[in-house]
Design a protein around this ligand. Structure first.
Ligand SMILES: [Zn+2]
Ligand SMILES: [Zn+2]
Length: 376
């Protein structure tokens, strides 16, 4: 009964706050309620931030421990350990790349597959799936790596993109990190994955298509126009240096969604200068530390690098960037994908991108674990 009453109260607030959303110069955006166009995906996002405090009695989210050892004997990613395939990890000192023992795509996936009926199509699941360990230390997340080590990791990502992308049987190289149990990762040893596939992933395909069209229509890369809009507004910027910028996009689908991008248009990491690569590492590090500091937990997210496909297509106007899609709205509150997202295909966000950006911007760029050490 009490809950129903609360619901009624919550639904009465938007009428009071809706006018604020209509005037973009206002800074108070907590109650924003409107639809925003996502220019890279060509779809609407419903922002219904007036609902963010609606009562919730779902499952509580479990977080990874804060105090992990730097080596775990039964971790299949720690140096020297034996993996499930029987392969033994080398005694690696920095990054370590290996072919995934349980690949979703592989060069030895069945070549001869049963032809389907009628209008259906299929093709072999050919590709290469790899794992990249960021560090030999089991407890050293990307946020806690030193700057030179992040630069080294960016170089490894670049090498992998170039090496795999060069292959005639690979159309696209997706580099991504799933972090945290809430996105299905049970092993906290910091690592990312690479799916080099014989097709182009849907989001990249859409971004490539709309970016090329925008360039043809306006003479400008779409992402540069997005960056101008973000700079002009300013409320969603998180941090920047000379050549790289991080922001919560206007059209964020997740509460703490965040993009990191070079200011100049480059098709992939491979095209960044050494200075831009260092700048990218710096902004990446600051963003990751802010994420962790927000609730003083290893902040879960899905991170993907959006780079041009490698199938030889026309990808003029494509602007390399990294996207973070954190699944949590609050420390113990998961954004569930339900009717609108799964059933209808458009996102409904219960939070205001401006307010979430303000929370992230306010965070220190000293990791809370280090701050703790300095104090003691
Ligand atoms: Zn480990
Ligand atoms: Zn993207």
């Amino acid at each position: 009964m009490g809950k129903e009453k609360q619901n009624e109260q919550h639904f009465s607030t938007p009428r009071q706050t809706a006018p604020a959303a209509a005037s973009p110069k206002k800074t108070a955006t907590a109650g924003v309620w409107e639809e925003r166009w996502h220019p890279l995906r060509e779809e609407w996002v419903i922002i219904a931030a007036h609902r963010q405090d609606r009562p919730w009695s779902g499952n509580k989210v479990q977080h990874a421990q804060n105090d992990l050892p730097d080596y775990v004997a039964d971790c299949y990613l720690c140096p020297g350990n034996t993996r499930i395939s029987g392969a033994q990890n080398p005694d690696y000192k920095q990054t370590f790349v290996f072919n995934n023992d349980h690949p979703s795509v592989a060069l030895n996936a069945p070549e001869h597959i049963e032809p389907p009926c009628g209008i259906y199509r299929n093709q072999p699941a050919h590709g290469i799936a790899r794992v990249v360990c960021y560090s030999p230390k089991h407890n050293l997340s990307l946020a806690e790596l030193d700057m030179p080590d992040i630069v080294t990791l960016l170089r490894v990502w670049r090498e992998q993109y170039c090496e795999l992308g060069k292959r005639p049987d690979i159309s696209h190289v997706l580099i991504f990190e799933n972090r945290g149990e809430v996105v299905g990762v049970s092993n906290p040893h910091p690592h990312c994955q690479i799916y080099a596939t014989n097709f182009v992933f849907k989001t990249i395909e859409t971004e490539a298509r709309v970016s090329r069209r925008h360039l043809e229509d306006t003479g400008r890369p779409l992402f540069k126009d997005i960056l101008s809009a973000e700079k002009n507004d300013g409320r969603r910027l998180i941090c920047e240096n000379d050549s790289v910028i991080a922001f919560v996009p206007y059209f964020a689908r997740y509460a703490y969604e965040l993009f990191v991008a070079p200011k100049e248009t480059h098709p992939s990491l491979a095209a960044l200068s050494d200075t831009e690569l260092r700048d990218f590492a710096e902004v990446l590090q600051h963003v990751l530390i802010k994420f962790d500091n927000l609730w003083r937990i290893p902040f879960p997210y899905v991170m993907t690098l959006h780079q041009t496909p490698t199938d030889g297509g026309d990808y003029r106007g494509f602007h390399f960037h990294a996207e973070f899609h954190p699944p949590l709205r609050k420390p113990d509150l998961l954004k569930y994908l339900a009717g609108p997202e799964i059933g209808g295909g458009n996102f409904l966000s219960d939070t205001s991108p401006e307010q979430k950006a303000r929370e992230l911007r306010a965070q220190s760029i000293v990791h809370y674990k280090h701050a703790k050490k300095e104090r003691s």
